[in-house]
Ligand binder design. Structure first.
Ligand SMILES: Cc1ncc(C[n+]2csc(CCOP(=O)(O)OP(=O)(O)O)c2C)c(N)n1
Ligand code: SF4
Ligand SMILES: [Mg+2]
Length: 308
């Protein structure tokens, strides 16, 4: 179906054409969010989707109106209203008897910080929304400022000496809303990622997915190394890959080997950590504590660290 206003660009549900994110988008080479789009494309198959995107790299990567590189309808919102708009879009779809799955795709700034109020409210109401946060750990679209997802030791454009505070644990915060499904996704574990995306698309109620999303521009890393960086983050235990059902049942999906070598490699491949010189030995005590907690929650009594 042609949408005259948009010169025939794919903007209606009936126009759906693969891929979800087409060539011509404005993303940097090696952007993790582009990879996420491709995995979503694979997971969604012919499901009807509608995107809602608060201000972010994702919101602008479709290009300038009336053109669009998105393969489905996409609605841009202010930071603060992303989850509220997504709630409304889901309600409209339901009133119209459509099986459209509404996906709110937001960055860490729009999720951890500025959008957290409407996100919490939508989760508490258990709106029928799939919320995906691609976490590049900075305000990427405006040049790379600190967010509450930025890890300690990383420099940002507004913190040239490096951040001193720890990253916020948004997955636990969302699980505490007792939503039906909350999970973290590693782009380097494609099978697990696609399974979770598909599961979350089909589930009713509020679902929250957290994706560690390499940002070569902000992380000061090689564009080709994005997937390797995620793999190192998972392997070392820095980024736990898990799912939480109804805020209660925790399942760990990928078992790390807790390698300090992998963690040091992860840090050294990103120049954002160069100035602070943060290393595995600095991070390990906190990671061990986090994993001890995860073991308890998942009901698995396994030592947090293997080996000597
Ligand atoms: C209230 C408000 N403050 C600031 C901005 C400017 N702004 C647009 S995108 C953006 C960064 C968003 O960061 P994040 O949500 O992490 O997504 P990313 O850009 O990293 O993809 C900012 C600060 C805005 N649009 N609205
Ligand atoms: S700044 Fe980072 S998140 Fe934004 S498009 Fe570039 S690589 Fe992707
Ligand atoms: Mg960001």
């Amino acid at each position: 179906m042609d949408e005259p206003m948009l010169g025939g660009m794919a903007q209606t549900v009936l126009d759906r054409a693969h891929p979800l994110l087409r060539p011509g988008n404005t993303n940097c080479g090696g952007c993790g969010m582009s990879s996420l789009f491709h995995m979503m494309d694979h997971a969604a198959e012919d499901r009807r989707l509608q995107f809602v995107m608060p201000a972010s790299c994702a919101a602008v990567c479709g290009g300038v109106f009336p053109l669009s590189t998105f393969g489905v309808p996409a609605l841009m919102t202010t930071f603060a209203s992303g989850s509220a708009v997504a709630s409304g879009a889901a309600a409209v779809a339901q009133l119209n008897g459509e099986d459209t799955r509404v996906v709110c795709l937001a960055g860490d700034g729009g999720t951890y910080d500025i959008g957290v109020s409407s996100l919490s409210a939508a989760a508490e109401r258990n709106e029928d929304v799939l919320y995906i946060c691609y976490d590049n750990e900075i305000y990427g679209n405006t040049g790379g400022q600190r967010s509450s997802a930025t890890p300690a030791g990383a420099i940002t454009t507004n913190l040239p000496e490096g951040k001193t505070q720890q990253k916020k644990d948004i997955l636990s915060i969302m699980a505490a809303h007792r939503i039906p499904y909350a999970a973290s996704i590693s782009l380097a574990h494609a099978e697990d990622a696609v399974r979770k995306l598909r599961w979350a698309l089909d589930l009713k109620g509020f679902r929250f997915l957290l994706v560690l999303s390499p940002c070569p521009t902000g992380w000061k890393s090689e564009p080709a190394l994005g997937m390797e960086l995620v793999r190192l983050a998972v392997r070392s235990g820095l980024f736990p890959v898990l799912e939480i059902f109804d805020g209660k049942r925790h399942v760990i999906n990928v078992e790390p080997d807790f390698s300090d070598e992998a963690l040091d490699m992860y840090l050294s491949l990103q120049r954002r950590f160069q100035k602070s010189g943060v290393c595995a030995a600095d991070l390990r005590p906190d990671l061990d504590r986090n994993w001890q907690n995860l073991r308890v929650l998942s009901g698995r009594i396994v030592p947090a660290r293997r080996g000597p």
